[in-house]
Design a protein around this ligand. Structure first.
Ligand code: ADP
Length: 440
């Protein structure tokens, strides 16, 4: 399979207008109310327009129908006014419901083009389908069994087909359609483009792809909503100076045995590792300055339960896959919602529930609100006894009131001396925390 250079290019695409789609398609998308492409559409459409084969790992609901239908329509538009229609594209699906759904999407997206498509599936009259095929179509959306029936018994010829989609390939293989799929693909033109989509890229899907696809580009997207729904979210407000102590306290008091902790910098990773080890919590870190063998060793020890905490930067954590990882901690808040989703997606895998803990200082609140908005999540900010917040009290009242008065040109209030809030000293707080930790 080829590198994902092409797939990465999709990150730069923001609007449908920046993809080379004709006005008729863009107009239909506006009428559909689509403002911007979804992740799978951004990544897949440019690759398909280049004519490359694709394996797309995407669940339903990610917008994958438009991801393959739009480039297909774009490629068919040049022949739309030919007097005789020639069959160019077959879309294979596992169920008749999906065939109907895709057929409806094609009708919508092609409403300003002269492109004809037919639905071919079992349980309805063969004859009507045959009549439609005889009149000439550009695209067939079909279930494998009924399509084969048309080929074997009604002489349907697929040799002109140069685009083929295998949608929900994993489901089709599970339903036992491997022979049908193989035989259908072997009947289409040798100069063809194949697009295979599957919720998961199983061994069988890989095998099928290896047999029929030509150096496919692999495109993967996650359904962010789906990921975050499987996870319990907890957020603690904490002063920046107290974060390390709070993490030690949480691990000890809740008796967590395996945590993946994300930080934003290499320096922070080193400092935090040292702190946790001093507190008796066995930890290692992985980041860009740590050599590959040492990273692999840290991963191995973490997986084997020989260390309790693995601290990682985002880049070093790529590809970490521990099926039953119970807890992920955002020690520092990531800069983007995508990073947040990738981090927390390390837990709650393979249908298991997971837990995500975010430590927030007052300066993170705004960014945290953005992330929650993006993910349609509401996470309460909690406080822990012994870790009372002082940073918040510093900021809010005094500074803002003065600047407002200044803006209005009012007389400035006399500056009052700053009095530290009457809270426990840092030392007492840490001792308190450790006492609780030992009790548990
Ligand atoms: P999938 O094929 O992954 O199951 P669909 O293509 O059916 O997903 O899309 C799911 C829903 O999202 C549909 O209602 C579709 O109209 C809508 N949709 C798809 N792409 C976009 C987009 N770019 N903007 C807004 N809505 C979209």
């Amino acid at each position: 399979m080829t590198s994902n250079k092409e797939a990465k290019e999709g990150h730069t695409i923001k609007t449908f207008g920046s993809i080379a789609l004709c006005d008729e398609i863009l107009k239909a998308l506006v009428e559909e109310g689509y403002e911007n492409p979804t992740e799978i559409q951004k990544k897949t459409i440019p690759i398909l327009l280049k004519g490359l084969d694709v394996i797309g790992a995407a669940k339903s609901g990610t917008g994958k129908t438009a991801a393959f239908v739009l480039p297909i329509l774009e490629k068919l538009k040049d022949t739309q006014h030919h007097e005789v229609k020639t069959l160019r594209c077959v879309i294979l699906v596992p169920t008749r419901e999906l065939a109907k759904q895709i057929s409806k999407a094609i009708s919508h997206y092609s409403r300003h083009l002269n492109i004809v498509h037919a639905e071919i599936f079992g349980g309805v009259s063969n004859k009507l389908q045959q009549i439609k095929l005889q009149k000439g179509v550009d695209i067939i959306v079909a279930t494998a069994g009924r399509l084969q029936d048309h080929i074997v018994n009604k002489g349907l010829d697929l040799s002109s087909v140069n685009m083929m989609v295998v949608d929900e390939a994993d489901t089709m293989l599970e339903l036992g359609f491997v022979k049908e799929i193989e035989s259908i693909i072997s009947l289409i033109s040798p100069q063809r483009q194949i697009m295979m989509f599957s919720a998961t890229i199983s061994q069988n899907v890989k095998k099928l792809a290896k047999e029929f696809l030509n150096r496919p580009v692999v495109v993967e997207v996650t359904n962010r909503r789906q990921t975050v729904k499987l996870i319990d979210h907890i957020a603690y407000s904490v002063d920046s100076e107290q974060k390390k102590e709070m993490l030690s306290f949480l691990i000890g008091s809740k008796n967590y045995s395996q945590l993946l902790v994300f930080v934003n910098t290499k320096k922070m990773a080193d400092t935090l590792t040292e702190h946790l080890n001093l507190d008796g919590l066995t930890s290692l870190c992985i980041h860009g300055d740590i050599k590959q063998p040492a990273r692999a060793r840290a991963m191995r020890k973490f997986k084997a339960g020989e260390i309790r905490v693995l601290i990682a930067t985002d880049i070093a954590a790529r590809g970490i896959d521990i099926p039953q990882l119970p807890i992920v901690v955002n020690y520092s808040l990531p800069e983007t919602t995508d990073d947040f989703t990738h981090r927390i997606g390390r837990t709650g895998r393979a249908g298991n529930r997971g837990c995500e803990i975010t430590l927030l200082t007052v300066k993170d609140y705004k960014q945290f609100a953005e992330i929650q908005k993006d993910l349609m999540l509401e996470i309460n900010k909690e406080q822990l006894d012994g870790f009372e917040l002082t940073e918040k009290e510093h900021r809010v009242a005094r500074f803002k009131r003065v600047s407002l008065a200044e803006k209005k040109g009012m007389k400035m209030p006399k500056k009052r001396p700053y009095v530290k809030p009457a809270l426990k000293s840092k030392k007492t707080t840490k001792r308190d925390a450790n006492r609780k930790f030992r009790k548990d």
